[in-house]
Structure formats: C-alpha cells, structure tokens
Design a protein around this ligand. Structure first.
Ligand code: MEV
Length: 436
C-alpha cells in the first residue's frame, strides 16, 4: 500500500500493531521482552528494567510500606492475542500460578476469531460513606441532609480543586436509614467522580471534611467516614462470542453452558467459578500496581448484591450454536496515585498496555476476567484441568528437585507421561538423566 520511501504516520503504524502471536512462549525471556518492547515502544532502559527481575530498589520499597526488610517478587507474564473494542493489547499479568497466562492468551485467541472483546466501563463514580449516630429524629435528619445537598457538594469539591479541574468531583449526596441492634443510623453517601484515580484518597478526604457540616445539619455524631469498596456505580461489562469450532464443537458449547448453570445455581461452585475470574483480574490489577484487595472485596459483594451469591459471568448458546459470554463486575482501578506511579514495574505495565484512562484499564481487566473464566470452565467441562495444569506444575516440581536448563523439560515430561508428578520421582529421574 505504501511505496518504498513513503512516510507512514505513527498513528497508522500503531493501528497496524497486533497482539496476535503464535509460539510466543517459545521465544525465551529476552525474546519475549524484545517483542513487548517493540509493541509498546519501550526504551532500551525500559526493556532492560523489564527483565531485571528485581527492579524495585530498597529506597523505593522502604518508602512504600513500613518495616521493609526485602521484596517478594512475582513473575510477570504477558497474555497475548487480546483485541478489545477493536484495539490490540499485550496484557501484563503478575501471578504465581502456572497456566493462568497461557489460558488467558488461548481464550483471547478464540474470541479474536469473532472480533475479540467488547467492553464498556461506567463513569468512575465511587461512594464514600458517613455513619451518623445519636439521632433522635433519623427521618428528619434524612430530609435535612438532602435539603443541604448543594452546600455539601460545594464543600466536598472545595477540598479537591485538582480533581474538579480534571472534570471530576462530588456529584451527589444520598441518605439511607439502617436498622441495627444499636438503634437506627443515618448513612450518608457521597458520590464522587474520581476520574483516573482509584479514588480512595479523594473520597476519604471529602468525607472527613464533611463530618462537621453533617453533624451541624443533623444534630448527630459522624462516626465512620470511609469509601465503600462495593463500587456498584463503577462497573464494567465485557462480552465476547466464542465460535463453536474454536471451542471444540457444539458439544463443547453445551458442556460449557451446563458448567455455567452449575455455578449459577450453587454457591459452592459459584465461589470457585468467580475465583477463576479473579485469577485473571487480580493478575492485571497487581501488575499495574492497583489495590487487588479492594477489587476482590467489591467483586464478591457485587456477586451477592441480589441477596444470593452468583457468578460474575453469564454464558449461553446463541442461535448459531456459538457461545456468548458476558462479565459484569465493579472495577475500582486507577492510573494516577498509589503504586501505579511509584512502582517501576507497574509503570512499565501501564505503558505496555497503552491504556489512556482508568476506564480503558478496567475494560482490559474485565476482558481478561472473562477470558480466564472461559478457559477454566472449558477445560473443566471437556478434558479437565489437570492435564494442562500438570505440565506446568511438573516443571515447578522439576526445578524444586534441582533440574536446570533443558533438564527441566525432560524431567517434567517424564513425570507427566508416567502420571507421577511428585518431588521424589523428579529427583529419581533427574539423578538418572545426570548419570547418563
Ligand atoms: C484454579 O485456580 C481456578 C479454577 O478452579 C476455576 C474454576 O474452577 O472455574 C480452575
């Protein structure tokens, strides 16, 4: 299309980038890092930092938390093949569990055949809570708080002019009454558009600053003032169609739907089903330096918001016999503040993703969650997960038994073949191979 010597605009080059790889895993650590650097436009220093395996220096670590004595590194893998809203992504995932990165990549490849994932994040609205106690007339206090909404919003916004400048800020005030063993309480919700932040700091600061005015308006005492992790106004929806051919035929589609129905109607299964989703979600949340405990807490509360704990995904067979999957969950993640801006690997992960807003990051994470879930239930509903899992697990056992280099794969392959993936057997095989 472009004759030699023609200038190709950078935007077009970017559009031509593909996250589709086959055999990415065969490239070795530096080969993979090279591809990622090329895809994401990393500088030579960043490419080096990516592979340094201990990029967090003592001084930075010591500033992040208290009583630091060392670091606990996790492997950072790259999930390939993701196409989301028509854009290709390489997805960094920090996780200790084998199979997760490969499974996400595999599902993304299957989704790609039908156009990839479609994802939409709701506006970044977070909720702060103020607990008002000691009220004689709780219902009257509700009315007075709502009547003063405008003043409360103005006071809240006065504490964060930067957020307001970037188009965010306090948007609404709600008042609820809860019945407790200690009597009725008024719970005031402050709804804040936190833009590209996770939002805890902005919301908590606003709530603390509203405590005195709320006390003055209600005549009560404000006890807790804190953000809720049930970010049910900040949900993300990701969906994809998985072609029956890619899944292994219509029988595989039926089995996956039946597996989903199990989760939809049984809390024990739903918990594990959602754990499979969180394997993908947490790995990206962690890689980008976000608060995965907040995301976990919100996810499980949202899963039970109807009063019954449910799967965060839905699967069904469409009229063509293909599988449709949808995931919806809250995702309070940010690109500014916190470890996202201080941790060198988190900064690289954000650069590799190339996401420009917290909403775009959430859309990627939700797509990974859906991909991860599909991979797990497809494996469970067809060949079972142990076959794929054991191959990788066997490599870890081989390494623990002392295998290095090519001996790792040799020891692992023998154990899988013999269906004896155990430390003692790994040692025996290793001794045998070394003696030869
Ligand atoms: C293991 O980490 C996750 C799975 O148990 C998820 C599931 O059962 O759906 C395989």
């Amino acid at each position: 299309m472009f004759a030699a010597g023609f200038y190709i605009p950078a935007a077009i080059i970017r559009r031509m980038k593909t996250s589709e790889f086959s055999g990415f895993y065969k490239l070795g650590v530096s080969g993979r890092a090279r591809e990622v650097a090329e895809f994401a436009g990393l500088s030579p220093e960043e490419e080096k930092a990516l592979q340094s395996f201990s990029p967090l220096d003592a001084a930075t670590a010591d500033r992040m938390i208290e009583n630091v004595v060392g670091c606990m590194p996790l492997p950072l893998g790259i999930a390939v093949n993701f196409r989301i809203n028509g854009k290709d992504y390489l997805v960094p995932m920090a996780i200790e569990e084998p199979s997760v990165v490969a499974a996400a990549s595999n599902s993304a490849k299957m989704a790609r055949a039908k156009g990839g994932f479609t994802a939409r994040a709701m506006p970044p609205l977070m909720i702060g809570q103020m607990q008002v106690i000691g009220l004689k007339d709780v219902e009257g206090a509700v009315r007075r708080v709502l009547a003063e909404k405008k003043r409360l919003l103005e006071l809240a916004n006065a504490c964060d002019p930067v957020l307001v400048k970037f188009g965010g800020g306090a948007r609404d005030v709600e008042a609820r009454v809860i019945e407790t063993n200690a009597g009725k309480m008024l719970i005031v919700h402050l709804i804040v558009d936190v833009r590209d932040a996770m939002g805890a700091n902005a919301v908590n600061t606003m709530c603390e600053s509203l405590a005195a005015p709320v006390e003055e308006i209600t005549g009560g005492n404000v006890l807790l003032k804190i953000l809720t992790n049930l970010a049910n106004m900040r949900t993300v929806k990701a969906s994809a169609t998985f072609a029956k051919e890619a899944l292994g035929g219509e029988d595989a589609v039926d089995r996956i739907v039946l597996a989903y129905q199990f989760a939809a109607n049984d809390i024990f299964r739903a918990t594990t089903h959602n754990k499979g989703i969180m394997n993908g979600v947490d790995a990206v949340v962690l890689a980008t330096g976000n608060d995965w405990r907040a995301v976990e807490a919100g996810a499980h509360a949202f899963a039970s918001i109807t009063g019954r704990y449910k799967p965060l995904t839905i699967f069904w067979k469409n009229s063509d016999g293909d599988l449709e999957g949808v995931l919806e969950m809250p995702l309070a993640v940010g690109l500014v503040g916190g470890a996202t801006k201080t941790h060198p690997v988190a900064k690289l992960a954000v650069k590799i993703l190339g996401v420009k807003t917290a909403g775009e990051l959430a859309e990627v994470i939700a797509s990974v969650g859906l991909a991860q879930n599909l991979a797990a239930i497809r494996a469970l509903a067809t060949e079972g997960i142990q076959r794929g899992h054991m191959g990788l697990h066997a490599r870890n056992i081989a390494i623990a038994a002392g295998a290095t280099g090519e001996l790792i794969d040799k020891v692992a392959a023998r154990m899988v073949e013999e269906r004896k993936v155990r430390a003692d057997r790994a040692k025996e095989i290793l001794d045998e191979l070394v003696k030869r």
